[in-house]
Design a protein around this ligand. Structure first.
Ligand SMILES: [Zn+2]
Length: 314
């Protein structure tokens, strides 16, 4: 039985697992017996989504959409395998991402460059292409209807240029992918949730990221779903924290701009200190070592993303 968290409005979070439980999720919206799946996790996680659909009594032929917030492989790596199991579903993706889902070879190469061969094999498994005819591109303000329930796609660059967030008009909730940061349930304290932005390579842009966070907040969503991990509420408070932490990342990067061969190490130490500083500020209920273990991969990725941003400045 997969780990499913049921929310209001027919929305649920499915744990697709990655390195550990409660790290990476897919979301399912069920409306009048039909379903949309938002983000897919990796190929090895796909059976968890299919089991969750079965547990909800939704047969594979009643899934209409597989929606990608963006094509980073922890969100989209399982899309080809998943859609091969869903005879009537189409895949929605930002126009910049579509060709990489039809031919994932460049995406696989880029991801291997970031994570290495061993992790690629162990975590991502096989990445299947999606037939071009089953891909629907979703430019800004495009929408689809799930049994009449309108899902609107909004361009949300910042974490990645090909990122969309999805507004569910029925609930007013927003599926934010990575745009609204990482919010691991292990850091929750006294019913409060916390966030850390993800600046992973290679398209992080702080100004665009601020603007996309504001775009989400402007809709005043009652809940926001983040891939890492699940539903968050209290968007205004979390959004203010995101803005502050995006600025902290930008300032760190700029301070490391001319540090030569030490740059990567300084960025990694700096991101680690931002995370530990946030843990102290918000009194996360975790010892230091557990905090570093929880964010270990993210600290490395954020540091790599800051380096890529600095390189893009020339
Ligand atoms: Zn991402």
């Amino acid at each position: 039985m997969p780990a499913i968290t049921n929310h209001e409005h027919g929305i649920s979070t499915v744990d697709t697992v990655y390195d550990r439980p409660q790290q990476t999720s897919a979301h399912i919206i069920v409306e009048a017996g039909r379903a949309a799946i938002i983000d897919t996790g990796t190929s090895p996680g796909v059976p968890r989504i299919l089991a969750a659909l079965a547990a909800k009594g939704v047969p594979p032929e009643r899934v209409d959409y597989v929606v990608l917030t963006h094509i980073h492989l922890d969100h989209a790596g399982g899309a080809g395998l998943l859609i091969s199991q869903l005879p009537n579903a189409v895949l929605t993706v930002h126009p910049r991402g579509a060709r990489h889902m039809a031919d994932p070879s460049r995406l696989v190469a880029a991801t291997t460059a970031i994570y290495g061969e061993e992790t690629m094999r162990r975590i991502y498994g096989e990445i299947l292409p999606v037939a071009r005819g089953r891909i629907v591109e979703t430019p800004h303000e495009a929408s689809v209807r799930l049994a009449g329930r309108e899902l609107v796609f909004l361009d949300a660059p910042g974490h990645a240029r090909h990122h969309v967030v999805v507004l569910d008009t029925r609930s007013g909730h927003i599926f934010a992918g990575d745009t609204f940061g990482l919010s691991y349930r292990e850091t929750d304290r006294d019913g409060m949730q916390f966030v850390v932005p993800t600046t992973s390579p290679v398209q992080w842009e702080p100004d665009a990221h601020h603007a996309s966070v504001d775009m989400i907040l402007a809709r005043r969503p009652g809940a926001i779903y983040v891939t890492h991990y699940g539903q968050v509420r209290d968007g205004a408070r979390l959004g203010a924290d995101l803005h502050r932490l995006i600025d902290a990342h930008r300032e760190l990067a700029l301070a490391c701009r001319d540090t030569g061969p030490d740059r990567a190490a300084r960025l990694a130490t700096g991101v680690r200190d931002i995370v530990l500083g946030e843990a102290a500020r918000q009194r996360w209920p975790l010892p230091r070592e557990a905090t570093l273990a929880l964010f270990g991969v993210d600290i490395d990725l954020n540091a790599q993303g800051l380096a890529a941003w600095l390189d893009s400045l020339g």
